[in-house]
Design a protein around this ligand. Structure first.
Ligand SMILES: CC(C)(COP(=O)(O)OP(=O)(O)OC[C@H]1O[C@@H](n2cnc3c(N)ncnc32)[C@H](O)[C@@H]1OP(=O)(O)O)[C@@H](O)C(=O)NCCC(=O)NCCS
Length: 184
């Protein structure tokens, strides 16, 4: 559950529907969002192709849509899932700006990490964010991510953040799932 002043928000993660590909793609062209997230410049047809490819192979990519009070507001996904090296990378975009700074990103990330750490044999999850994206940094830190590296590429400073499965489970008092593959 998240919060909106005194109102409780019902935050749910659901499998992404094909009809939501267009909605997300349209928002991905928003200049403000483009400043915060490095969207690839792709056509709608390419977006559908990528969606279909990911559906057929959940071994290295796993995605959920974020719903608030029944409405679709964004996506959260894990990419480059590598069970051999036991790591994966997280991204999240809430395209509905009405729901920024209300705890939705933090709650969605918590729910998503629980699913991902249960589903895959991973010891840690990493995430990139621009240094200027304070909202994203705060959201990650509230879930337990820590900055592991700060670097500059093409004149833009970014952070690489990381969270270990063991730290996440300790932080949120979750039972360790059996056969999780955690080395800790
Ligand atoms: C990044 C994103 C997922 C975060 O989700 P969110 O629901 O807005 O985040 P939360 O409300 O859970 O947490 C944001 C925190 O940042 C804080 N914050 C926002 N702007 C801030 C600022 N300028 N200075 C300090 N803190 C700030 C908020 O107050 C909040 O902290 P609090 O709960 O302690 O008050 C969402 O804003 C989003 O999708 N943005 C656009 C795309 C994006 O940036 N994606 C991530 C790229 S890696």
């Amino acid at each position: 559950m998240g919060r909106l002043k005194n109102t409780v928000l019902n935050i749910e993660l659901k499998p992404k529907k094909r009809k939501d590909v267009k909605i997300f793609w349209e928002h991905s062209r928003d200049p403000q969002l483009k400043e915060l997230f490095p969207f690839e410049d792709i056509s709608l047809d390419e977006a559908y192709d990528i969606f279909d490819r990911h559906l057929s192979d959940e071994s290295s990519y796993f995605e959920r849509s974020i719903y608030v009070n029944g409405g679709y507001v964004g996506d959260i996904w894990c990419y480059s899932i590598d069970e051999k090296n036991r790591e994966g990378y997280l991204s999240i975009v809430i395209f509905d700006k009405n729901y920024w700074d209300k705890g939705v990103g933090t709650e969605a990330t918590k729910q998503f990490l629980k699913i991902v750490f249960k589903k895959y044999h991973l010891d840690s999850i990493k995430a990139y964010t621009y240094q200027s994206n304070i909202r994203s940094l705060k959201c990650c830190e509230k879930v337990g991510f820590k900055i592991s590296k700060t670097f500059k590429k093409d004149g833009v400073t970014s952070h690489l953040l990381s969270i270990r499965k063991s730290d996440f489970l300790l932080l949120f008092n979750e039972e360790r799932s059996s056969g999780s593959g955690s080395s800790i």
